[in-house]
Design a protein around this ligand. Sequence first.
Ligand code: SF4
Length: 493
Amino acid sequence: MSVINLKESEVQVREVRLGSITGFEGTAGQLVQCARSGSLKDSVRSFSQCMGCSSINAFCQLCMIQDAAVINHAPVGCAGDVFCFNFVYRVGQMERKLPPAIGRYFSTNIQEQDTIFGATQKLADTIRAVYQRVGPNAIFITTSCASGIIGDDVEGVANDLAAELGIPVVACFCEGFKSKIWTTGFDSAYHSIVRKIVKPPQKKSNKVNIINFWGSRIFDELLNPLGYEADYIVPFSTIAQLEHISEAAATIQICPTLGTYIGAALEQVYGVPEIKSPPAYGIAGTDQWLRELGRVLDRQTEIEEIIAKEHERVLPKLREYREKLQGKTAYLTAGAAHGHSLIAVLRELGMEVQGAAIFHHDPIYDSGDIASDALAHDVNTYGDVPNYNVCNKQAYELVNILNRVRPDIMIARHGGMTLWGAKLGIPTLLIGDEQFGFGYQGVLNYAERILETLDNKEFVTNLAKHSTMPYRKWWLEQNPFSFLRGDLDVGFY
Ligand code: SF4
């Protein structure tokens, strides 16, 4: 279990804190076994095609707090992804029927001279300008490789300006060079929120924290009849709302890759129990998750009634889908916990999972409880998964494997990965909303979309005929893991 230390301004990166890795080839069962036995090793790539950055993952959470502003203390190029989050923010506002507002994101635009003379004055000036211009209830400062390398005292500036302006001004340390695992940025954002925004509880409330991205409000229907209220955080929350999340009755995570740190922090620091179970994907996972929720909220009887009613509704339809999908093969690529959840959904539908390219692996989450290990749940419930590759979006590995396994369908969670399936003539399904597959209904949702995608194979067949591939026959005939060599021991517990 990682120990949450709010006195530290920075959270440790996942490699150090959890022993997380970005390189592995084998089966899912082998990976789970290595993680459990403390023998997990990170296989280092001698060639890396691309990399994500913690900074943008921190930003994607902080930038959607409705009444906060975010300053990226960085060269302006680090904010290259920001436009995409303004789009997500605006679409999310419409879905949640919030008044339209553009995001409040700024950059200090660190330049060459600043890297020599320092950029703290520029940062202080920017904070004052942002305060004058948009009047936020809090300002977050996300750091960058440049600000980290020159050693700017961002924490000192933040504390001085917080005292001057009378609002929280919070440093969020998320320099991209510090971690190969970009989800470390989620932890940085949550650390800054728990450290400087959340207040100690005054009373207990009937709210349940839902740590999620920006998906639909699917938890209202479940929690309201149980006498609880869903509090969706962090996107679209307010500073006042975040101040009170320590008073909640429980914390639910839509995805432990996203919320491992804040779930554990709220439990360890303020006693808010975290639901520790594989996320509710697939019938078996949903049963398990609901029972744990019922236990924590003291609603076991009501939960058993919900399970019985939902089984009656869903299982006959599921049997029909299984007949249609039995034996169909799938390959998937996604972030860690969500990828594990999708394996459960596909196996529940009777499909054969031929392999997966999953962006990283956390051998354990911050709670230290193995009950949340969704990959172990997959292996124990549905059997092993071959061709399980921990791969941080290295397209060259993905294409090579896809070309070998040639599944009936490729499932992807992130845009930018789907084109490889389509170029090979493999029907490819992109589902960006992680809540689409959640719960009992989620299994049916996926079944319908998979069948639709398989029905439309002609499109990718034609696309493959008319597209070219940057990877030559030479590479496609090599071992896909030719560059995944040189084991680096990161075992720590
Ligand atoms: S890796 Fe460093 S330089 Fe690149 S975007 Fe992230 S913070 Fe900026």
